[in-house]
Design a protein around this ligand. Structure first.
Ligand SMILES: Cc1cc2nc3c(=O)[nH]c(=O)nc-3n(C[C@H](O)[C@H](O)[C@H](O)COP(=O)(O)OP(=O)(O)OC[C@H]3O[C@@H](n4cnc5c(N)ncnc54)[C@H](O)[C@@H]3O)c2cc1C
Length: 271
């Protein structure tokens, strides 16, 4: 078995909650490759890397010599050349995230040297309005899009819809609130599905994130209904949300976008 060569280091870890973190990493001795907002990288650690004590013990211990690799959407802007940022959810029974949780700033890890993915704005017409819908860490690729050119480049309307269980799970909330205040063409809609657990009464949107669509919340803010002729929609995160949202949107005439058959719905399923 070839020796695993680490090629990056942890720069910073920001705990959003005990189960959600923002992790910044730096390549060790090489440049951050060019990439497009919305793309992903592959992170890896060997089976010999220890798991965080808060996580489950593995039923079958991982092969210590094998690299465990998983895809992660990049949350930083392609223009950010000092570090690469990720927004990661801990899966306590998982193979890689319990090991990522155990890393400290300065610790080495592996990152695939090429960043890739089709979940980008490349095939969205320049004048189309954009709805970015996510659950949990599905927000990551949108942070990269919003932090790069998207908000500066035009007057088209852009809405970010972020579903989470609790308000404390709304990573990047203050940054998104600031963008909401600064850019007249941007609206941020956080949505909680367990608002009854909040310490302070939650006065924002509740339910599942895709319900904002059925409730015409975007139309209320934009002053017109998003339709396939004027809007492209991005869906990222939990496959159940994506399935429910696609069925809702198809009922309104939107079509899934593929290379062969252009449409207005763009998908990234995390599992
Ligand atoms: C293109 C792509 C981009 C991705 N980007 C991100 C990202 O930005 N942030 C991120 O946290 N994950 C992301 N993922 C998921 C990530 O690749 C791993 O699957 C996840 O971190 C679990 O890895 P693990 O080895 O700990 O768990 P595994 O042993 O692989 O267990 C997988 C199981 O964990 C659950 N799971 C996986 N991902 C999540 C999640 N995000 N939230 C809740 N439950 C989950 C599912 O039940 C899944 O079946 C992405 C996946 C893909 C395909």
């Amino acid at each position: 078995m070839a020796e695993i060569k680490f090629n990056a280091r942890v720069l910073q870890k920001i705990d959003v909650t005990a189960d959600l973190m923002i992790m910044r990493i730096v390549p060790d001795g090489w440049e951050i490759p060019q990439f497009k907002a919305g793309q992903f990288a592959v992170l890896g650690l060997p089976g010999s890397s220890p798991r965080h004590p808060s996580c489950d013990t593995e039923e079958t211990p991982a092969d210590p010599a094998k690299l465990i690799r998983r895809a992660y959407s990049i949350a930083s802007s392609p223009e950010e050349r000092e570090y690469i940022e990720f927004y990661i959810m801990k899966v306590s029974s998982g193979a890689l995230t319990p090991r990522l949780w155990n890393l400290k700033p300065g610790d080495p890890l592996w990152i695939g040297p090429k960043f890739t993915g089709m979940f980008t704005l490349d095939e969205v017409p320049g004048d189309a309005n954009i709805v970015l819908m996510a659950t949990g860490t599905g927000l990551a690729p949108y942070m990269s899009m919003l932090r790069s050119f998207l908000l500066h480049e035009s007057s088209r309307r852009i809405a970010a819809l972020h579903g989470a269980r609790h308000s404390w799970d709304l990573g990047y909330r203050s940054e998104l609130q600031t963008l909401n205040r600064l850019f007249a063409n941007f609206n941020y809609f956080p949505v909680l599905d367990e608002p009854e657990k909040e310490a302070m009464p939650w006065t924002g949107h509740t339910g599942f994130v895709q319900e904002l669509w059925s409730n015409h919340v975007i139309a209320e803010h934009w002053g017109f209904e998003p339709t396939p002729d004027n809007t492209h929609i991005f869906l990222c995160g939990n496959p159940l949300m994506i399935k429910a949202a696609v069925s809702l949107l198809e009922g309104r005439g939107f079509k899934e976008h593929t290379k062969k058959t252009p449409g207005e719905i763009h998908l990234e399923k995390f599992w």
